[in-house]
Ligand binder design. Structure first.
Ligand code: 13P
Length: 251
């Protein structure tokens, strides 16, 4: 059976000492969260090692926000998957819309990154989602379908055990404008249908699909009550331990 997950994406926020304090607060409150809800925090690269010192031995998982599309070598400024695993981190977000939009992340690069991450033993939180123009033009199914197929078409049913999908409509990220629970559910169900087509019913049923975009304690309950929404990828509200845990308590 698929897992319930609440993952916090800290993005480019907090200094290292602030991040360590935030992680301590999350770990301290994590005991309130039922064991069937997995908490993950995704931090900037600089924070991974010291934050791992805080979360190790707890139920809180640690994720990066990106990784290099090359294994190692002369790629100044990049961070490889083996560097990530050496910090103790177990997950990485890939294909976040901010990386697609501002840093030229393509589906082709995401295939390489996903391949390297899985080979290194990381679990991948793969993000998909349409922007406002695409939504208004009624192309959201087409866009999300293409993003999903373009990357996952290169992987096997076995690989899917290491892949979590996050649907994040770009127009709902950091805008305070959440997709309604029905809008989110119809895309989640659509993605699950694609997984069924590609990998069969078992994989479709076992894959965790998260919703992201202005998710907060006040709206998480309605979203998580939907049959195909298995949790959230949280931005702004993940920067306050109380709100982050409040979301995890919304199942
Ligand atoms: P917000 O929760 O701030 O809208 O961000 C969502 C997000 O992009 C998580 O990856």
């Amino acid at each position: 059976m698929r897992k319930h997950i609440v993952a916090g994406n800290w993005k480019m926020n907090t200094t290292v000492p602030e991040g360590v304090e935030l992680a301590k607060a999350v770990v301290a409150k994590s005991a309130e969260v039922p064991a069937d809800v997995k908490l993950i925090i995704a931090t900037p690269f600089t924070h991974l090692y010291p934050v791992n010192e805080v979360v190790k031995g707890s139920a809180v998982g640690l994720s990066a926000e990106n990784c290099a599309d090359k294994e190692k070598g002369a790629y100044t400024g990049e961070v490889s998957v083996s560097m990530l695993t050496s910090t103790g981190c177990e997950y990485t977000i890939l294909g976040h819309s901010e990386r697609r939009q501002y840093y030229g992340e393509t589906d082709e690069k995401l295939v390489e990154k996903t391949r390297l991450a899985i080979a290194a033993g990381l679990q991948v939180i793969l993000c998909v989602g349409e922007n406002l123009d695409e939504r208004e033009a009624g192309k959201h199914f087409e866009v999300v379908g293409a993003q999903t197929r373009n990357v996952l078409g290169n992987f096997t049913a076995e690989d899917m055990a290491k892949i979590i999908i996050a649907y994040e409509p770009v127009w709902a990220i950091g805008t305070g404008k959440t997709a309604t629970a029905d809008q989110a559910e119809e895309i989640h169900a659509y993605i699950r249908g694609i997984l069924k087509d590609m990998f069969g019913a078992q994989v479709a049923d076992d894959t965790t699909i998260l919703y992201g975009g202005s998710c907060k304690p006040s709206n998480a309950g309605e979203l998580f009550a939907k049959p195909d929404i298995d949790g959230g990828l949280i931005g702004g509200a993940a920067l306050k331990a109380e709100d982050f845990i409040g979301i995890a308590l919304s199942f």
